[in-house]
Design a protein around this ligand. Structure first.
Ligand SMILES: [Zn+2]
Length: 202
């Protein structure tokens, strides 16, 4: 599985409905949906996304999902479609906007997880299991990222932007993704921050 470059920037001339990704960005006054990092990457955050409120019958269509990023000015490094296709939306070296209002679990407790993480969105919802093709692509993508970066934590958006983040006043709403259908065993389990102290010694 090789991620397909599909960067969310003005240069992207791929079709998006009646327009192009680039023109859609420009008309919302954005040149690209990322910023500069100021920390090393050591975390991967897994999410789900769908367009089930606007398009309940076709909630996972590529165009609809890309439109969500453009419209809300958010982003993620990768998007894994239901058929296993992996789109690379933001270069790893840049900071994507997938985890605003976030805090790492104890004892890590770093906030602003966007700065040191890679975000992976799977087309999915809390109502439908993910596909085997998605798990296959995700596993392969995780291996590729781990070969490049020193990854210490792999967790869900719900682990950094859930009830704890709300109770600490870091955010107002509680994220629930990747949700109950996500099979952590399928990717070798969640890796939480407490492992950091042992790996930091080496
Ligand atoms: Zn999320």
């Amino acid at each position: 599985m090789k991620p397909i470059p599909f960067f969310l920037e003005a240069k992207n001339s791929s079709k998006l409905g009646e327009t192009t990704v680039g023109n859609a960005l420009l008309s919302s006054n954005q040149n690209q949906l990322w910023g500069e990092r100021s920390s090393e990457i050591d975390t991967i955050v897994i999410h789900f996304m769908s367009d089930r409120f606007r398009h309940p019958r076709v909630p996972f269509k590529q165009d609809h999902l890309i439109s969500i990023f453009v419209e809300y000015g958010v982003s993620s490094h990768y998007l894994i479609l239901r058929n296993g296709t992996v789109l690379n939306l933001v270069p790893d070296s840049k900071k994507a906007w997938h985890a605003g209002g976030s805090i790492m679990p104890e004892p890590d407790n770093r906030t602003g997880v966007n700065d040191f993480s890679i975000g992976i969105e799977l087309a999915g919802s809390e109502q439908k299991p993910f596909t085997q093709k998605q798990y296959r692509s995700l596993k392969s993508l995780l291996v590729q990222i781990k070969n490049r970066e020193n990854i210490r934590s792999i967790l869900g958006h719900e682990d950094i932007s859930g009830e704890r983040a709300v109770s600490l006043g870091i955010r107002q709403d509680c994220k629930i993704d990747p949700g109950p259908f996500f099979d952590w065993d399928c990717i070798g389990g969640k890796k939480l921050a407490e492992e950091k102290s042992s790996s930091a010694k080496k």
